[in-house]
Design a protein around this ligand. Structure first.
Ligand SMILES: Cc1ncc(COP(=O)(O)O)c(C=O)c1O
Length: 372
């Protein structure tokens, strides 16, 4: 088993600890433990246990997640971030000759994990020319009787494109017609839909949803994710796999996660507000430099994925910006060198404004060079 290097996280790790405005990740407005505890000051934490939580998550947490994504608590299987959910699904699907279908561009673990487990990777394009919209027909063309998993991601990382229920239903019909493919809808950025609200994905046999506390709720340090899986046989298999991988989460972390889920409106408000304001600030700069850069404004999620019209790599731009105090993710870390990814809500509005002014200087330099 060989894992391909996780280029995006290598880039982020390389710059960790430096005094930079960090727009390379994909989380929103950060919280402190104190601010979370202040949401319910009457709770006494000293009597809380510090043992393993049940492998699939405590009932308290599963109920809180179920209320957040409008599902049955029985169907919720807790994981160590959505990262472990993807690992469990890939391990469960691993069988010689099987394949997985996933978006390009897309979150690197969708391909890296299944490939390491020996599955063939088939990529469908989410084209910038089509606003990065999911094309269910393009997905359907790649699915066959040997397809184990079909990943759909909405809001999509890195573009922020959102897919409605009809698109997911079309993919689910194609999967059911071809054989046994499980459709996995990664909605870790839900409900950060910035233009119009979208309900959580309706899961059913053959369609599961992934979520987490890391992105929309911006509590990545809790390392809590989940799979909404209606099939009890599959849930039992996930339980066995998690018993090998991480053995579960811990009691204090699950209790803190359940607390946070009782206050989602408060948590989401700050991140959504920032994402909208900062998206407008970014639009202003990208509009000013439209000769050299283009983008599709993200309809949801916490990142944007602009590109250089020249087609050249953004690596130099990203290195230059890092020297000037701003960290973005160069597109080669996501397999698209002419793009860059920029986080919308990781820093507050004033800091973001300073960052996009630095970006503006970098783009102005490219503009001058292009017209020289
Ligand atoms: C689309 C997507 N899915 C899953 C993950 C994994 O996140 P976590 O393990 O923090 O839940 C990420 C992280 O960036 C992501 O962007």
């Amino acid at each position: 088993m060989r894992f391909e290097p996780f280029q995006l996280d290598r880039w982020i790790e390389r710059h960790r600890g430096r005094d930079l405005i960090d727009l390379a990740g994909s989380v929103g407005a950060p919280w402190t433990v104190g601010a979370l505890l202040d949401l319910e000051p009457q709770l006494d934490w000293r009597d809380r246990g510090v043992l393993y939580a049940p492998i699939g998550g405590s009932e308290e947490l599963r109920r809180a997640i179920a209320a957040h994504v409008a599902t049955d608590p029985e169907h919720v299987f807790v994981t160590t971030g959505a990262a472990e959910a993807i690992a469990i699904l890939a391990a469960d699907a691993a069988e010689p000759g099987r394949n997985v279908v996933l978006p390009d561009p897309g979150y690197p673990a969708f391909s890296g994990l299944p490939r390491a487990f020996g599955l063939e990777v088939r990529r469908y394009q989410v084209d910038r020319e089509r606003g990065f919209a999911l094309d269910p027909d393009a997905v359907a063309r790649l699915i066959d009787a040997r397809t184990a998993l079909v990943f759909v991601n909405t809001p999509h990382n890195p573009s922020g494109a959102c897919c409605d229920a009809s698109g997911i239903d079309a993919v689910a019909r194609a999967a059911a017609a071809a054989g046994e493919a499980l459709v996995v809808v990664d909605q870790v950025f839900h409900p950060i839909e910035l233009d119009r609200p979208t309900p959580p994905v309706a899961t059913r046999p053959g369609v599961v949803a992934l979520g987490d506390m890391s992105k929309a709720l911006s509590l990545s340090g809790l390392r809590i994710g989940w799979i909404v899986e209606p099939d009890p046989t599959r849930r039992q298999r996930y339980r066995d796999l998690r018993a090998y991988f991480t053995l579960g989460s811990g009691e204090p972390v699950e209790a803190l996660a359940a607390l946070a889920l009782r206050h989602t409106a408060t948590l989401l408000e700050r991140t959504r507000g920032r994402a909208r304001t900062n998206r407008a600030a970014l639009a202003e700069v990208l509009g000013r430099r439209a000769d050299v850069v283009a983008w599709v404004p993200p309809a949801g999620g916490l990142v944007a994925f602009p590109w250089l019209r020249s087609g050249e790599s953004t690596r130099d731009l990203a290195e230059g910006l890092a020297r000037d105090g701003v960290l973005i993710a160069p597109g080669d870390t996501l397999g698209h060198p002419d793009h860059f990814r920029i986080a919308l809500a990781s820093v507050e509005e004033e800091t973001f404004q300073r960052a996009v002014e630095t970006l503006d200087c970098g783009l102005a330099h490219l503009e001058r060079r292009a017209s020289a």
